[in-house]
Write a protein that binds this ligand. Sequence first.
Ligand SMILES: C[S@@+](CC[C@H](N)C(=O)[O-])C[C@H]1O[C@@H](n2cnc3c(N)ncnc32)[C@H](O)[C@@H]1O
Length: 472
Amino acid sequence: MSNDLELVTIEEAAQIVGKTPANIRDYIQRGRIGKYNEEGEPIQRAANGHLRVSLKEIRVFLSLIEQGLEKHHHAGLHPELGFYDVPEYQRTKHVHRLHPYLGKFIPQLVEWFLARYFQADDVILDPFMGSGTTLVQGNEMKMHTIGIDISPFNCLIARVKLAKYDVIEARAEILEIERRVTTFSKYLTRSQEVNLSLFPEERMDGLKESLLAECQSEYLRTWFAPRALLEMLYYRRLIQNYRYQDLLRVVLSRAVRSSRLVPHYDLATPKAPLPVGEQYWCRKHNRYCMPIDNCITKIHAYSEDTARRIAQFDKLRSDKATVVIQGDSRNVNLPAELSNTPIAGRPIDGIFTSPPYVGQIDYHDQHIYAYELFGFPRQDELEIGPKKRGKSKQAQEEYIDGISAVFRNILPFLKPDGKIFIVANDRFNLYPEIARRSGMKIVDEFHRAVTKRTEQGDDPYQETIFFMMKAG
Ligand SMILES: C[S@@+](CC[C@H](N)C(=O)[O-])C[C@H]1O[C@@H](n2cnc3c(N)ncnc32)[C@H](O)[C@@H]1O
């Protein structure tokens, strides 16, 4: 079977037929070619790294297009909202890639809607802010933005993206702390490059002991190699000496995430730590890989990168208000939260948001390493539609209740003709009922193919952007 189909990965197919991987995902999304496992059996969902496509099918499909017998855009998908031609570096431009976040949308999607339905100086609210994509894009377009999120770490990421920095000082701090941890790391590994007599054995032992004494977390002790753990604990200790502490926390958290004892192909949802120093077969790189044993490599990788990204955004950011509120959108008191801001008392012109979907992601858990490292309080039980509660009928009912409660809480502060855009993968068709219970009407629906949400696997899927307004 598999021989007949000529099974290859998406990347291989793209290379062979001279298309981009996004094109191939798009063909799958439109149902023009099938999805297979490595054995050539048709499948609905593919685990990361296991999706195969048939070269034969692709060639047939492309030849039909050439003959004018097939059209690309006949699946009801909006042709402009696929953003197939937007390369990865644009989707993750400047601060949008300061920290990984499972489930963020791309800034180009936000830009498309804000540009068509709003104008400079409008006030835009995102009640499920996540890592702050709506706020960053809105700010760039000279709009005031407000974001609410239940997860304290998501709020930290968003604040760090949006903050105004003295970029020269911020860069100096990032590079100085990197240099200090590099020196520490060299002592740890007894590198010939450092003068070990300057840092005698007893002092080093004392330092290691005191760092480990600061680490109560079983998680950190289990998911990191001993050297990686010491390096990140040392970095964490140094942060207090600097001005831009949250920025440094984000650099460290990003490095720590990439330094976990997890396989390269499963950074987003690892199940268990790998044994230190033992090779594993890596589905991402198609070879044996070694789990990472240190953190400094990733600190190097992300330090300069972070300094560059905040400097890029600094040139684009406007002076419009950006307000990040940590709380439950079902009961946040918006007027009170805004009372000390430049947009106090202003009605909201529009909402642009992507709520959690039923049973897909545990938003606190995806950043467990950061919660363990910095000790932020967790509010998992207030997440709407978390993965751990599943997708059962009851979970769907709770989800409808939760999302409706959010809109009922914020709609009183939206202008009567305010526009609401909700990005949702509504496979259970829950949003018509959510609209009804919240006092909203659906004005229009845009369908788009999602060919690559960060690290969400190979599977393309469809999502809807509901355009709603207040009913009546
Ligand atoms: C799909 S994500 C939003 C991603 C965002 N658009 C981005 O680009 O980063 C949904 C967010 O809703 C948040 N959330 C879940 N329940 C919430 C609640 N009760 N109140 C506020 N935020 C909540 C989650 O923490 C998560 O960050």
